[in-house]
Design a protein around this ligand. Structure first.
Ligand code: G6P
Length: 611
């Protein structure tokens, strides 16, 4: 949440900062700002998007080759020009951008006010700026020490970058709980909340660890702990290219990412699933495999779409690997006092690898002695670094706030893990294994076929673009798909939608059915097909409108439903991977027709780094 960028080198800083902020806008987009140091120091900020900031700066002085920038998702203080970052300290000596929350800001603020400091904004960040300046002025210390001392008084989470107008040769960056990546160029450094603003300049990056403070000059970077011990930075190579973070000719990132799914699943398979091998290879789990095989229980944690993937995982692990599974919202798990037995394994699922609640739940589980595995997409993010082992999804950068390809790749990884464990436990015969892998590796081609239906789905979307409510129903593996379909619709089109297990419809939602609300029923052929056919009849008997996602060639439901979307046949266990795709497209087209900002829906952010 909130995107931060920084630059120090010989280039003009402004274009680097603006480009970077545009790439990070998915993290928050209610206000934006930059500060640039050259001969003088200029700070520009305003409510709105980065494009509004560009207009605001246009024609004003902005030269300088050191700078910081911020795109905000408001926590403390409404989105307006004053609360936008960067924040400048009372006497103008420190300029700061911040991602995270300073929990004890009110106490610190009161103390500073008692000492004569005046505040302009309602933000916790301005408190930090003033605290640093207060220590700098009263403690006769340099900027670096002032930052470190201030941070020692702070409770909460932060990724910050600080400029000092009296020490114009450096940026000071620090993190605790909010991500920060440093790009290492040739006599220049880049800073950002994730690597997407950096990759067009350099592929060499340093991921800061919690507690790190980086003092960055044009020609040198010193990494220290908060107590000033030097730590050696580890430079890593980025594995993605600039092309992967452009829209590539699509109108929106979300549409591009929906269409990328065949490729991203192939990428997730690569080197792991092959019909020539007798088992699935997941190198990241090698060391923990014996524990996984013996696990009595798996607890899956995640938030949002990742939690939905976890629900599919529950069906997969219980079905194929015969291990009992619980799926928990990370935010609930961490605030209970969960019982974790020694044979339990925790799997944390997160696209970004930075979700604050998921991270906190991981830490709690580790404290209780659990083995924690991660399924993440962003390489080098916090969750993969804090878990004992894990598997990357390799979906490639996902920019659209509504998750699409990350979901199908998470389900792909969960299916790989379940098949691997089932096979190791001797539950899957050679023949069964061969047919499963054949089916699994055909999924990308089948998704390609579904994507050819996009024009038909668009026409369907046109009919229901003005709906006020929608209900999504599914059973078994398709119940989490119903939840995900409903989430996609509400988050990008602002139509209220609910997902339900189809049989539960009778216990409440049936009362909502009328001739206006579309009921989307995922009714592909599986073991509960007959039951879901009955559910369709129940909806039709009450004059409901049924949009059914069915298996190709289904003539039974075609006769009952108002609309059908036919998708290729697959086995139960891979059904979620196919059936979610038409629902993603349906939501996408409805949102576009309603004039919604598909890639940046109101109030949302892609990476939720606040609790
Ligand atoms: C936010 C995003 C969702 C995402 C969720 C969990 O709410 O808007 O798309 O599913 O966070 O994010 P994670 O990165 O942990 O998967």
């Amino acid at each position: 949440m909130c995107g931060i960028v920084g630059y120090i080198g010989d280039r003009e800083a402004l274009p680097v900062l603006i480009n970077g902020l545009k790439r990070l806008e998915y993290r928050g987009y209610d206000s934006a700002g930059v500060a640039i140091m050259g001969e003088g120091t200029n700070v520009y900020k305003c409510k709105g998007k980065v494009s509004d900031l560009e207009k605001h700066i246009d024609g004003r002085e902005h030269s300088g080759s050191i700078g910081i920038g911020h795109t905000r998702w408001a926590t403390h203080g409404e989105p307006n020009d004053v609360n936008a970052h960067p924040h400048v300290s009372y006497h103008g000596k420190f300029i700061i951008i911040h991602n995270g929350i300073i929990e004890n800001y009110a106490r610190l603020r009161d103390k500073l006010i008692e000492r004569g400091v005046k505040f302009k904004s309602e933000t916790d960040t301005e408190v930090l700026a003033n605290l640093i300046e207060h220590i700098y002025e009263n403690g006769s210390v340099d900027a670096e020490l002032a930052v470190r001392l201030a941070l020692s008084k702070v409770i909460g989470a932060y990724g910050i970058v600080v400029m000092c107008t009296e020490e114009k040769d450096k940026l000071i960056a620090a993190r605790k709980g909010s991500p920060l990546v440093v790009g290492v160029g040739n006599e220049e450094y880049f800073l950002a909340s994730d690597a997407t603003p950096i990759v067009e300049y350099t592929k060499s990056v340093i991921y800061l660890n919690d507690g790190d403070v980086a003092i960055i000059k044009k020609e040198q970077l010193n990494l220290k702990t908060q107590r000033s011990d030097e730590t050696g930075p580890t430079v890593q190579k980025l594995s993605f290219d600039i092309g992967e973070i452009d829209k590539g000719g699509y109108e929106h990132f979300m549409l591009k990412e929906i269409f990328e799914q065949p490729q991203s699943i192939e990428d997730t398979f690569r080197g792991r699933v092959s019909s020539e091998e007798s088992e699935i290879r997941l190198g990241g789990l090698y060391d923990v495999l014996p524990r996984l095989i013996e696990a009595k229980r798996i607890i899956i944690i995640g938030c949002g779409t990742s939690w939905h993937a976890g629900l599919v995982g529950e069906y997969l692990f219980e079905d194929i690997a015969r291990v009992s599974v619980e799926v928990e919202y990370a935010s609930e798990f961490r605030y209970r006092n969960p019982i974790i037995e020694k044979d339990d394994i925790i799997i944390a699922i997160s696209q970004s690898g930075e979700t604050a609640d998921t991270l906190a739940a991981i830490r709690q589980a580790k404290e209780k002695g659990a083995i924690v595995l991660g399924i993440c997409n962003v390489v080098g993010s916090s969750i993969p670094r804090e878990t004992h082992a894990g598997v990357y999804t390799h979906a490639g950068p996902e920019i659209g706030v509504a998750s699409t390809k990350a979901f199908t790749c998470q389900v792909t990884v969960l299916a790989m893990m379940a098949i691997l464990i089932g096979r190791k436990k001797g539950l899957i015969s050679d023949n069964k294994y061969r047919s499963l892998i054949k089916e699994f590796t055909e999924i990308p081609e089948k998704i390609k076929k579904i994507l050819t239906l996009s024009e038909d789905i668009k026409k369907l979307a046109k009919l229901y673009q003005n709906a006020n409510n929608a209900l999504y129903l599914g059973r078994g593996y398709l119940f989490p798909v119903a939840l995900e379909g409903a989430l996609k619709l509400k988050e990008i089109s602002y139509i209220h939608a609910e997902g339900y297990p189809a049989a539960e419809m009778k216990h409440g939602p049936i009362a909502l059915i009328d001739n206006k609300m579309p009921v989307v029923i995922i009714a592909t052929k599986d073991s509960s097909y007959e039951k879901i056919v009955s559910n369709i009849q129940e909806v039709k008997a009450r004059s409901g409108i049924v949009i059914a996602v069915v298996t190709e060639g289904d003539t039974v439901i075609r006769k009952m439903a108002d609309h059908v979307i036919e998708i290729p046949e697959t086995t139960n266990i891979f059904a979620a991977l196919l059936s979610v795709v038409p629902l993603q497209l349906f939501s996408y087209y409805i949102a576009v027709m309603r004039g919604c900002n598909v890639d940046q829906p109101r109030n949302l952010a892609k990476s939720v780094t606040v609790e």
